[in-house]
Design a protein around this ligand. Sequence first.
Ligand code: PHE
Length: 357
Amino acid sequence: MTDLNTLESDVLAQVAAAGDLQALDAVRVAAVGKTGSISGLLKTLGAMSPDERKERGAAINALRDRVQSAITEKKASLEAAELDARLARETLDLTLPGPYRRKGSVHPTMQVMDEMVSIFADMGFAVAEGPDIEDDFHNFTALNFPEKHPAREMHDTFFFEPKETGERMLLRTHTSPVQVRTMVSQKPPIRIIAPGRTYRCDSDATHTPMFHQVEGLVIDKGIHMGHLKWTLETFIARFFETDAVTTQFRPHHFPFTEPSAEMDVQCDRSGGEIKIGQGSSWLEILGCGMVHPNVLRACGIDPDEYQGFAFGMGVDRLGMLKYGMPDLRDMFASDSRWLAHYGFSGFAAPNPASGLS
Ligand code: PHE
């Protein structure tokens, strides 16, 4: 047995001495590989008497197991050491200036969102949110879109694969489902805005498949269109930071409001740029109306007791108008040059007291 003991201490010493994974693997091959020293010993068993084989065989196998587990243990510790060394080697000194000293900036859409939230918060609105992935009930049915009504198609909806139940989830086509979620979970009086992402299968200079809206909802007793008009005109004047904004209501149709209107802002389009507060053109910026009694009923609110108004505006479009960005698609092209040009300082949080932008 001395030969086995010597072999074992030899191999174990080699395992202990292996300085890296490559050296350890060489030790492994030389000991327990196909033609290794321990494997060689196992091959000598065939020529032995059964009794001798039993005893020797057990001893050699036990030796092989001990060597194998020593190798496994050593491998783990070498790997850990290698990882530590790599982590130490690959540290990055974030305090060093990069080759391009470009500052991060706030995306114009987020800037405009912040401006809108700060104006509406000042007017007493709370912020509400809902999921981007909606169900048919919140996006359409509760908003008085009848089943199979063509108005559902108008929205160019992105649908998910139907579930086993046949139900199809969708990417919300507007922020109006947040109206429903709010009315279902909150008692009037309600005064909220709901900023968020919306999705429609559409792309050109003034449409992108993902865009942003801010929804507004007011529910109380005795609410009428005069309240809606004042709220929107006050918002527009504050947002564009001028009193010289002229707006007009145009009759429109939305299933969830009655009467419904779109609001346009007077602008000048001559010279390839859009200028607000002058000129003879009109640009549509939002949809609005008095909340339809069917919507109130679907949300458990008695339309004989409560009335309300709602509006939904395109955030990116308002940004284009205010900051003179000609193509909506550029806003989501992730071009850092565009961001460097149109972005805002992260330190200038908009508020109505110290200024918006
Ligand atoms: N949800 C409508 C749209 O996306 C806008 C809207 C909101 C109209 C609220 C009326 C009331 O087109």
